[in-house]
Design a binder for this molecule. Structure first.
Ligand code: SF4
Length: 358
C-alpha cells in the first residue's frame, strides 16, 4: 500500500509531523528529536550508527529509493566563483529536473546564503533575469531547506570553523508568492536544534506582494522584511515592476505602514538605480516624502547587467543618497557582490545557465 502513496521529503516534515509519522509506524516519538537533529543540524542521515535500533529500522524500511520518504539533496550541475573567491554560485538540479540557483557569500568573516523560493518568477521585473524566464513552479519547503543545507556542507568542507549566520530570500522567485512553503522552511531553518539561523538574520525580500506583507504583520512573523520599491510614483514603479499593476504604490506603502505599526520592526527598502528612470533628485525627494515617518533603511542597488533590459546603471547614486540622508533616513549602497558570476540581485537565471551546460 505504501508504494501507492505520494513520496514525501523528510525536509517537508515539521517536528510534529515527524512525531506523527513515527507514531503511525509504532516507533516511539522519543526518537523524533534524534531524527530532527540528524536532518537539520547534521544535514544528513549518515552515519547510521548515531540512531537507536528502532529508529534505524524505521529509516531502513521507510526512507530511500522506492520507499515512502526521501531526503532532498539537489545535484550540483555547475559551480562558479567570483574572482575574489568570496561569492560561490551553484546551479542545483531538483528532483523533477528543474534547476535553481543558490549563492554563498562570505564577506568580513560573515557567511550568508541567498536561496531561491520558486523556479522562475511570475513578477516579471524588467531588470531581472529570473523575471524574464517567467514562472515555472513553487518550491516545496524541503527544497528551500535543502539549498541551505547544501551551502552549509560547502562551508563545512572548506571552512569548518565558520558557521552560516545569515540567510536572504533574494534568489529566484518572489518569496511572498510562495508564502506557506517559505514560512515553513524558515521556521525549520531558524530552529535552535537545527540550522539555527536567528530570525533577525533572515531577510525576506519582496517586490511588494501586499497580502503577504499584511499576513507577515498580522502573524507577527519574526523575519526581516525587505521591500523592492524602485519607483516613487505609480508610473515610475510600473515601468520597472509590472506587479505594481496588481498592488499599486499607495496600497504598498499603506501595507508597509501597517507592518511597521503592528511589528515595530524596521523595513529595508531596496532601490535599484536606473539612469534617467528613477535616479533624479526630484525622485529622491518624493521618495523621502513617501516614506516620511516610517522606520526604514534604504538600500541603493547599482543596476546589474542582465540581458534583455536596456536600462543603464546610474551615476547619480551619491547625490540621490545625500537627499535621503538629509531627510533623516539611513541610506547605504548595497555592495556589488558576485557580479562576475552573475550572482548579483536580479541576475539569477537557472534556465539559461542549464541550457549552456547541456
Ligand atoms: S526581482 Fe525578484 S520578484 Fe522581480 S522578477 Fe526577479 S525574482 Fe521575481
Amino acid at each position: 500500500m505504501i508504494e501507492s502513496l505520494p513520496r514525501i521529503s523528510l525536509y517537508d516534515l515539521g517536528f510534529a509531523a515527524i512525531e506523527s509519522e513515527l507514531r503511525a509506524a509504532e516507533v516511539s516519538t522519543h526518537h523524533a528529536k534524534a531524527l530532527w537533529r540528524a536532518l537539520h543540524y547534521h544535514g544528513e542521515l549518515e552515519p547510521t550508527s548515531q540512531f537507536s535500533p528502532p529508529l534505524q529500522r524505521w529509516l531502513e524500511s521507510a526512507v530511500g529509493e522506492g520507499k515512502r520518504f526521501f531526503l532532498d539533496v539537489p545535484e550540483v550541475v555547475t559551480e562558479s566563483h567570483s574572482s575574489d573567491l568570496l561569492t560561490r554560485k551553484y546551479l542545483l538540479r531538483l528532483g523533477d529536473g528543474h534547476c535553481v540557483e543558490t549563492v554563498l557569500m562570505g564577506y568580513d568573516g560573515r557567511y550568508t546564503a541567498c536561496v531561491s523560493s520558486q523556479v522562475g518568477c511570475a513578477m516579471g521585473c524588467v531588470f531581472c533575469a529570473t523575471g524574464q524566464m517567467g514562472f515555472v513552479r513553487h518550491l516545496r519547503a524541503g527544497e528551500i531547506i535543502a539549498q541551505v543545507q547544501h551551502v552549509r556542507r560547502v562551508l563545512r568542507n572548506s571552512q569548518p570553523q565558520r558557521r552560516l549566520r545569515n540567510l536572504v530570500l533574494m534568489g529566484m522567485g518572489e518569496p511572498l508568492h510562495n508564502y506557506a512553503a517559505v514560512m515553513q522552511a524558515l521556521d525549520a531553518i531558524a530552529n535552535v536544534r537545527g540550522i539555527n539561523i536567528g530570525p533577525s538574520k533572515i531577510s525576506i525580500s519582496t517586490v511588494g506582494v501586499v497580502p503577504g506583507i499584511l499576513r507577515m504583520a498580522s502573524e507577527g512573523s519574526p523575519y526581516r522584511l525587505a521591500v523592492s520599491l524602485h519607483g516613487s510614483t505609480e508610473a515610475e514603479r510600473a515601468a520597472l515592476v509590472p506587479a505594481s499593476k496588481q498592488w499599486g504604490l499607495g496600497e504598498l506603502i499603506a501595507a508597509c505602514r501597517t507592518y511597521g505599526m503592528l511589528t515595530g520592526r524596521r523595513i529595508f527598502i531596496e532601490w535599484t538605480l536606473v539612469a534617467g528612470c528613477n535616479d533624479s533628485l526630484e525622485t529622491a525627494a518624493r521618495l523621502a516624502d513617501l516614506l516620511s515617518g516610517m522606520d526604514v533603511h534604504i538600500n541603493l542597488i547599482p543596476l546589474n547587467p542582465t540581458s534583455g533590459f536596456g536600462g543603464v546603471p546610474s551615476t547619480a547614486g551619491h547625490a540621490f543618497q545625500r537627499v535621503l540622508r538629509a531627510a533623516g533616513f539611513p541610506c547605504t549602497f548595497r555592495q556589488r557582490r558576485g557580479i562576475d558570476v552573475t550572482a548579483g540581485c536580479g541576475q539569477l537565471q537557472a534556465a539559461k545557465r542549464l541550457a549552456a551546460v547541456e
